[in-house]
Design a protein around this ligand. Structure first.
Ligand code: S3P
Length: 169
């Protein structure tokens, strides 16, 4: 297992960061933390409610604070939100405090995995496929920039992806 203090998963919505992360954490004896769930717990509000009340900018501020708090500890597997890489400070912190894995996924896989989701505010902004394509166009280079390792999750269940990733760490 890599000697970095934490394992950090980045990638778009529907890449399987949480489901793969949970399995991987168990395998390596790391504490699993989903950054969005942590933000909801800390603020007492859902991600949607935060977007409604303070907008995306307000959410991003809370996301950066949460990452700072989470990555101050060691021995964790942190599944970040899809937009956490937008902030250069977050990217630097991830690299300093963790081994960063980019879980990539094609638009079709994302759409399939998110088909029943009603909790992600960015997906309510218009045609889902177009939203995901636009986000990917802007963010893909950032995921690649921050990553120590890239793994494609297309066509894999969470269990398969976790097993495959475990072999590469
Ligand atoms: C977002 C992704 C979500 C959540 C929020 C914004 C994004 O997390 O942080 O809805 O900007 O891509 P997941 O990637 O875990 O779905």
């Amino acid at each position: 297992m890599n000697p970095a203090p934490n394992l950090v998963l980045v990638g778009p919505m529907g890449a399987g960061k949480s489901s793969i992360g949970r399995r991987l954490a168990e395998r390596f004896g790391l504490a699993f933390v989903d950054a969005d769930a942590y933000i909801e717990q800390r603020t007492g509000a859902s991600i949607s409610a935060i977007f409604d009340h303070v907008g995306e900018a307000g959410f991003r501020e809370r996301e950066s604070v949460a990452l700072g708090e989470l990555l101050a500890s060691n021995g964790q597997l942190v599944a970040t939100g899809g937009g956490a890489v937008l902030d250069a400070g977050n990217r630097q912190l991830m690299r300093e405090r963790g081994f960063v894995v980019y879980l990539s996924a094609g638009i079709d896989s994302q759409l399939k995995r998110l088909s029943r989701d009603r909790t992600r505010p960015l997906l309510q902004r218009g045609d889902r496929e177009q939203v995901l394509r636009d986000l990917a166009a802007f963010r893909e280079p950032l995921y690649r920039e921050v990553a120590d390792l890239v793994m494609d999750t297309d066509g894999l269940t969470a269990a398969e992806a976790a097993s495959r990733l475990a072999l590469r760490l």
